[in-house]
Write a protein that binds this ligand. Structure first.
Ligand code: SF4
Ligand code: SF4
Ligand code: SF4
Length: 160
């Protein structure tokens, strides 16, 4: 929790999608190029030590986050175990993703009571209007992604 609270206080720092594909990198990286320069001959310790097992190594040998597997606790393990400093605690960077609720898919926007996303959001970033119509408060959201795979209607989307 302490780490999550620290990140709550930091300014948002999103990066754009790389090319056409939506690529979500682990937190704590300095620049995107370093993944392609340094990760190719690495044993992928970031994925091995990720306490949530959400780091997946792509075919090109670079690490991405898969929020269908869970969320990021900002535990620091990936940065602490990266031998090449691609990930480093010196880079206080959040996950480079932004989350939104798709009101066309969200049950609560269609008069069905649902609070599935509210509980896993430890930052209390999902705000309801009364008991319906939730939205994500960008100022509180830490981009952890824990709300994504819990939504029964797949309504939480990752946007630029
Ligand atoms: S900070 Fe921790 S939970 Fe998040 S991606 Fe790195 S190792 Fe995984
Ligand atoms: S541990 Fe560091 S160098 Fe190795 S794959 Fe992960 S980010 Fe790349
Ligand atoms: S809204 Fe989702 S991504 Fe943002 S802090 Fe809450 S659980 Fe994490």
């Amino acid at each position: 929790m302490e780490r999550r609270e620290l990140f709550s206080s930091l300014a948002n720092s999103f990066s754009k999608k790389e090319g056409q594909e939506s690529i979500i990198r682990p937190p704590y990286y300095k620049d995107l190029d370093s993944f392609y320069k340094e990760c190719l001959d690495c044993d992928n310790q970031c994925a091995t030590f990720c306490e949530e097992n959400i780091i997946v190594i792509k075919e090109d040998k670079t690490p991405i986050l898969d929020f269908s597997l869970g969320g990021c606790t900002y535990c620091d393990a990936c940065a602490n175990n990266c031998p090449k400093e691609v990930l480093s605690l010196e880079n206080k960077k959040r996950v480079n993703a932004k989350f939104e609720i798709d009101i066309l898919k969200c049950m609560s926007w269609h008069q069905t009571m649902c609070f599935s996303c509210k509980d896993p959001c430890l930052d209390d970033a999902i705000k309801f209007l009364g008991v319906f119509r939730p939205s994500i408060d960008e100022n509180l959201c830490t981009n952890c992604g824990f709300c994504v795979n819990i939504c029964p209607s797949n309504a939480i989307k990752i946007v630029d």
